[in-house]
Structures are given as structure tokens and as C-alpha cells.
Design a protein around this ligand. Structure first.
Ligand code: FAD
Length: 407
């Protein structure tokens, strides 16, 4: 029997082990993870775990019963594909099949690494360090108005902290959504009592304060704004994440410019017997006509099923999901399915000033993506329409009182 070694014991690594067993793989499986903790789920870290509503978010999986050898607290430092071995501090580990599921590392502020009071939010340890910060109701500066920044700000406001979010772009979620859609979302910050500073760059973090760079003279403002100082007992940095593939340097594996392992439509890398799945891998999507790098939970659940099937030699369909994710921010349940581009037509379904609304993106008459705020039924129906690629009637689709369905 082939020995499958999985590197990275996050969602994608764990689900690969589970999928292998579910699909009937009986050979040895070793799951190696750098973190010392029992494998756990990340989404609760910025939600229930942060607020102390849940102690932890460990996966409810009996690895022993599953026949999976867990090696925790072990960092993999290199891959020698010709020898079919990975290297660890504890010595080499041979494999017949390797699955790389090392996820992503959060980006840090330049010069911000190791500065006391500056936090990231990626791991259970990060959340454990942030919990007492919330309990003490500190003044907090969040850098980055992305998904993580918004979720952290939500939790910190709920805990009673004073929260300022500093964003370099002209709007929240600038990398993910167009201005028309983020405009109502920006209002959620103020509504929750969170101050959102746009066009704002952090110059320096000092004990107890954050210094912002002087804003450039920007018409119609006649003169550059003076540098601003924000009181900050703690700073939380949420400015994105990059695939954790640095340890593959010199391995010969092809990486994208983003640092993601370049996988094919069965999540095979360019090295023999080496797969990549989850936040660390990009794959070609025939559905969207481009290579996708997805940093969301559902991708780390679905991808492993394709990997397991391919390892078992089954004729698995190409991996070409309709990407899906959710976010819980400022009391709203936000869900997105699909993938849109700037050229796609945007269609409102409901009033963005209201409590619940949806935005659709159409390519021709086909739905390619949707964002649903407090409308989970739209999400479920829309996701099916995207999967089927059937045309929709624009007028009916824009009417929030009519279920979303094919024309
Ligand atoms: P990871 O979960 O990052 O797991 C990779 C593991 O590999 C890590 O434990 C890491 O320590 C380990 N590793 C890395 N390098 C090595 C090495 N060299 N040797 C050994 N081990 C290594 N998605 C949503 O869709 N909805 C949400 O609401 C949502 N909320 C989130 C909230 C937070 C705070 C975070 C951080 C993420 C959230 N996500 C959410 C994203 C989702 O959690 C990720 O997409 C998912 O965890 C990816 O799984 P993964 O296994 O690919 O990577």
C-alpha cells in the first residue's frame, strides 16, 4: 500500500485524511502539522472563540480510529522530490504520495513583526492572545478593512472596545468587491460605532499609538493633511495572506507569482506524486476561464475529495467548484458564491440601505456570482443557477420577492 503523507494539519490536510478513508483508502496516512494543537477550524477564531463563547474549535475527529498517524508540532522544512522525502527537524519522512496543505501565512506590517501589542489573527494562539485584549476593552487599531478586519472589528465592538479601522484603499474590501457594493457595507462600520479611516496608511507603530502617514495633497483637498496619531493599546493587522510555500524553495515545484503551488485540474502539482490543496494551491477553472487561488473554507473542504479520488485512481471529475464563502460582520450574515470580473454586469436585488439585499453578477444572461446579505435562500438558489449555467430573466432576478430561478 502506498504511504500518503499530508503536510499541514489545517482544514484541507485534515479533510484529505478524512476523504481518503471515506473513499476506501486503506494504506498508511501520516498527517504532519507545525502547530502543537489538536487540528482545529479557523472561522470560529474571529467569531465565537475570540469572544470566549467557545473554548476552542478543534475538529471532532478521532484520528486514531481513522488510522491516521498525527505528527503535531513538527514543521516540514523541505521537499526532495527525487528521493520522495520531506525533511523535518526530527529527520526525513519518506512518502509515496505527498499532499501539500500548508495553507497561508498572514502578511505583516513592514517593521511590525515582533513589536509588542501588534497582533495577527490566523492561529489559535493568535486568538488566545487577543482574547484578553478584548476583555480589557482596550483602544484597538485594526489595519485593513478586509474580511478578517471587519470580523475582528465586529467582535471587538461587541466586547466594548473602541475600534478604529485603518484602510489604505478608498473603501473596505477593495480587492474583492466594486465600490457600488462596498458603499452600503462601509456604512456598517459607523453604525456599529467603529471608526473607518480610508486612504490611511500606517507609518509606524509605537507603544500605545499608531502614527499614520501624512495623506498626500489630493484634490479637492488643497494641502496635505497632517499626520495623524491614533491611541492604540493593541494593533490587529489584517492585510491579507500569502500561500505558505516558502519551505518548497529549491524543490522544483512550480509556483505562481502569488506563491501558490501551481496545480492542475486534479490538484496535482508539477512534481510527480505531489498534490496541493486548500489556501496554498491554485487550480485552472474551466468554468471561469482563469486560474483561481481561493482562500476560503469551502475550498479546503471540497478540494480534498478530488485529491483523494485521484490518489485512489478513480476517474474523478476535474476540480472546478463554484467558490463559496461566508462572513459574519456587524450583525450581518454575508455570503458569496461564484467568481466575478469587472466586465460582468451588476444587478441589485433588494435595497442596499435595507437589512437584507443581494447583488448578482451576470455574464450575458448567465449568473456567474452573487453576494447575499441576510438572504441565505438567494445564496442557495443562486449557487445552483451558477452551477447549472442556465440563463436567468433579468427583470425577475432583480425582484427580491421572486425566487431566483432559471428563465
Ligand atoms: P490552514 O487552515 O492555514 O492550515 C494549514 C496548516 O498547515 C496550518 O496549521 C499550518 O500551521 C500548517 N503548516 C504550514 N506550513 C507548514 C510546514 N512547513 N510544516 C508543517 N505544517 C505547516 N473562510 C470562510 O469561508 N468563511 C469564514 O468565515 C472564514 N473565517 C476565517 C477566520 C479566520 C480568523 C481565518 C484565519 C480564516 C477564515 N476563513 C474563513 C478562511 C479559512 O479558514 C481558510 O480558507 C482555511 O483554513 C484554509 O485551510 P487550509 O488547510 O488550506 O490552510
Amino acid at each position: 500500500q502506498r504511504h500518503v503523507v499530508i503536510v499541514g494539519a489545517g482544514m484541507a490536510g485534515v479533510q484529505t485524511a478524512v476523504a481518503l478513508r471515506e473513499q476506501g483508502f486503506t494504506g498508511p496516512v501520516t498527517l504532519i502539522g507545525a502547530e502543537p494543537h489538536q487540528p482545529y477550524d479557523r472561522p470560529p477564531l474571529s467569531k465565537a472563540v475570540l469572544l470566549g463563547k467557545a473554548e476552542d474549535s478543534a475538529f471532532d475527529i478521532d484520528f486514531e480510529a481513522l488510522g491516521v498517524q498525527l505528527r503535531l508540532g513538527v514543521e516540514v522544512t523541505g521537499l526532495r522530490a527525487a528521493d520522495h522525502e520531506v525533511d523535518t527537524e526530527a529527520g526525513p519522512v519518506p512518502y509515496d504520495t505527498l499532499v501539500v496543505a500548508t495553507g497561508a501565512h498572514p502578511l505583516t506590517l513592514p517593521g511590525g513583526e515582533g513589536v509588542p501589542g501588534v497582533h495577527l489573527l490566523r492561529t489559535l494562539d493568535d486568538a488566545a492572545r487577543l482574547k484578553p485584549v478584548l476583555e480589557r476593552r482596550h483602544d484597538i487599531v485594526v489595519v485593513g478593512a478586509g474580511w478578517i478586519g471587519a470580523e475582528f472589528a465586529t467582535a471587538a465592538r461587541e466586547a466594548g472596545c473602541a475600534v478604529t479601522v485603518v484602510e489604505a484603499a478608498d473603501r473596505p474590501l477593495a480587492g474583492a468587491l466594486p465600490a457600488e457594493v462596498t458603499a452600503p457595507m462601509a456604512a456598517w462600520y459607523a453604525e456599529s460605532g467603529t471608526e473607518l479611516l480610508l486612504h490611511a496608511r500606517v507609518e509606524r507603530v509605537e507603544p500605545g499609538r499608531v502614527l499614520l502617514a501624512a495623506a498626500p495633497a489630493n484634490p479637492p483637498a488643497p494641502a496635505p493633511a497632517p499626520p495623524r496619531e491614533l491611541p492604540a493599546d493593541a494593533v490587529v493587522v489584517g492585510i491579507g495572506a500569502r500561500p505558505a510555500t516558502g519551505w518548497l524553495a529549491g524543490s522544483g515545484a512550480a509556483l505562481d507569482p502569488s506563491g501558490a503551488l501551481t496545480a492542475d485540474d486534479h490538484l496535482r502539482t508539477t512534481l510527480p506524486d505531489v498534490y496541493a490543496v486548500g489556501d496554498c494551491a491554485s487550480f485552472p477553472s474551466a468554468r471561469y476561464g482563469e486560474r483561481l487561488l481561493v482562500h476560503h473554507w469551502d475550498n479546503a473542504l471540497q478540494g480534498p475529495r478530488t485529491v483523494a479520488a485521484d490518489i485512489l485512481g478513480e476517474a474523478a471529475a476535474p476540480y472546478d467548484p463554484v467558490p463559496y464563502f461566508w462572513s459574519e460582520q456587524f450583525g450581518r450574515f454575508v455570503q458569496y458564491a461564484g467568481h466575478h470580473g469587472a466586465a460582468d454586469t451588476l444587478l441589485w436585488r433588494g435595497d442596499p440601505a435595507g437589512a437584507a439585499w443581494t447583488v448578482l453578477w451576470l455574464r450575458g444572461d448567465a449568473l456567474v456570482a452573487l453576494l447575499a446579505v441576510g438572504r441565505p435562500r438567494d445564496l442557495a438558489q443562486g449557487r445552483r443557477l451558477i452551477e447549472q449555467g442556465t440563463p436567468v430573466d433579468r427583470e425577475r432576478a432583480a425582484d427580491p420577492a421572486v425566487p431566483l430561478k432559471a428563465a
